[in-house]
Design a protein around this ligand. Structure first.
Ligand code: SAM
Length: 308
C-alpha cells in the first residue's frame, strides 16, 4: 500500500458521463488516460461487462506500480504519455477519460519536487524514468526562455524578475537544486502577493506544465480521440486550471460546428465530429470534503455518428 493517497474528483459523475445509465454493449473498450491511483478505473471496472476492456495510461512509474495491483483480465496499463492515445485502433473506443494534472501523491511527496511546501529535489517530472528535471532545465535555460515559460504557463506578472533572479543566482552561487531554494528566490522577486496564495504558486505551476509538456500532450490526445472514439463514444475531461479548460472548451467547440466550404457554397456542410453534452463542477459537499476539487471543471462530449 502506498503512503500517499489520492481522493478521486467527480468519481461518480465522470464514470456516469462515460457510460451513460448503463453499458448495453457486451464488449466495449474504455480508456482511462490518467490512471493516477485508479479511483475512476476501479469504479469503471465494477460496471464493465465480462467481455469489456479498460485500457489505462499513466506517465508516472508509481501509478504504474499501483495499477499492477489490479488483477483483472479486462484491465491493462500502459506506461506512456496520453499523446499515444492515437496508437489505439480507429473507432474502437466507447469512452475516454482524461482527469488532468497531478495526483495528490505527486504533490504531497516532497521527493517528487512538485511542491513549494516541504523541501525536495527540484524535479517535477511525472515520468521520472526519462526527460529533463526542472533543476536541469533551469541550470542552462536563458533568462528570456525562463520568463516566457513562467509568463505563458503561470500567467505570472513578475516572470521577467523571477527569470533574472534565477540567472543571477546561477552565476553567483551555482544552479538551483531544491524546491525550497526556488520558492525562496521567487518570494524575493514577486513584489505583490495575491491574498491566500503563496508567491511561488504560479511559477511552480508554470514549470510543471512546461517540463511535462502538459498542454501539447493534451492537444494531441484530444485530436486522437476524434479518431479512436466510435460513433456515440464519450469524451470526458476534468481540468484544474483555465489554460487546460480553455483548450478543452475550444477543441469541443471547434469540432461541434458544421463546416461550410466557401469554395462550394451549395454543397452540404461537413458534419460536426462532436456534440457537446455537459459541463459539470464538483458539488459544495465534494469541495468541502476535498478542497483540491474546487477548481475542477468536467466537460463531456459525444462523438457523432456521421462518418466524416
Ligand atoms: C489527477 S491524477 C488522476 C487520478 C485518477 N483519476 C484517480 O482517480 O486516481 C492525474 C494523473 O495523470 C497522469 N498524467 C498527467 N499527464 C499525463 C500524460 N500526459 N500522460 C499520461 N499520464 C499523465 C499523472 O501522472 C497522474 O497520475
Amino acid at each position: 500500500m502506498d503512503t500517499w493517497q489520492h481522493t478521486t474528483v467527480l468519481l461518480n459523475e465522470a464514470v456516469a458521463a462515460l457510460i451513460g445509465d448503463s453499458i448495453t454493449r457486451p464488449d466495449p473498450t474504455y480508456v482511462d488516460a490518467t490512471f493516477g491511483r485508479g479511483g475512476h478505473s476501479r469504479l469503471l471496472l465494477s460496471k464493465l461487462p465480462p467481455q469489456g476492456r479498460l485500457v489505462a495510461f499513466d506517465k508516472d512509474p508509481e501509478a504504474i506500480a499501483e495499477a499492477a495491483r489490479i488483477a483483472d483480465p479486462r484491465f491493462s496499463i500502459r506506461h506512456e504519455g496520453f499523446r499515444q492515445l492515437g496508437d489505439l485502433p480507429s473507432a474502437s473506443v466507447a469512452g475516454v477519460l482524461l482527469d488532468l494534472g497531478v495526483s495528490s501523491p505527486q504533490i504531497d511527496n516532497p521527493a517528487r519536487g512538485f511542491s513549494f511546501r516541504g523541501d525536495g529535489p527540484l524535479d517535477m517530472r511525472m515520468d521520472t524514468t526519462r526527460g529533463q528535471s526542472v533543476a536541469d532545465w533551469l541550470a542552462t535555460a536563458e533568462a528570456g526562455q525562463i520568463a516566457e515559460v513562467i509568463r505563458e504557463y503561470g500567467e505570472e506578472r513578475f516572470a521577467v524578475q523571477i527569470a533574472k533572479a534565477v540567472v543571477a543566482r546561477r552565476q553567483e552561487r551555482g544552479h538551483l537544486s531544491t524546491t525550497a531554494e526556488l520558492a525562496q528566490l521567487v518570494a524575493g522577486a514577486v513584489k505583490t502577493r495575491e491574498p491566500g496564495q503563496d508567491p511561488a504558486t504560479r511559477t511552480f505551476q508554470a514549470l510543471r506544465i512546461f517540463i511535462n509538456a502538459e498542454l501539447e500532450e493534451l492537444q494531441q490526445a484530444l485530436e486522437a480521440t476524434l479518431d479512436i472514439l466510435e460513433p456515440q463514444g464519450r469524451l470526458v475531461v476534468i481540468s484544474f486550471h483555465s489554460l487546460e479548460d480553455r483548450i478543452v472548451k475550444q477543441f469541443i467547440a471547434a469540432n461541434s460546428r458544421e463546416v461550410f466550404d466557401r469554395r462550394a457554397p451549395f454543397a452540404p456542410p461537413r458534419a460536426m465530429k462532436l456534440k457537446a453534452l455537459d459541463r459539470i463542477k464538483p458539488s459544495p459537499a465534494e469541495v468541502a470534503a476535498n478542497p483540491r476539487s474546487r477548481s475542477a471543471i468536467m466537460r463531456v462530449a459525444e462523438r457523432t455518428g456521421v462518418a466524416v
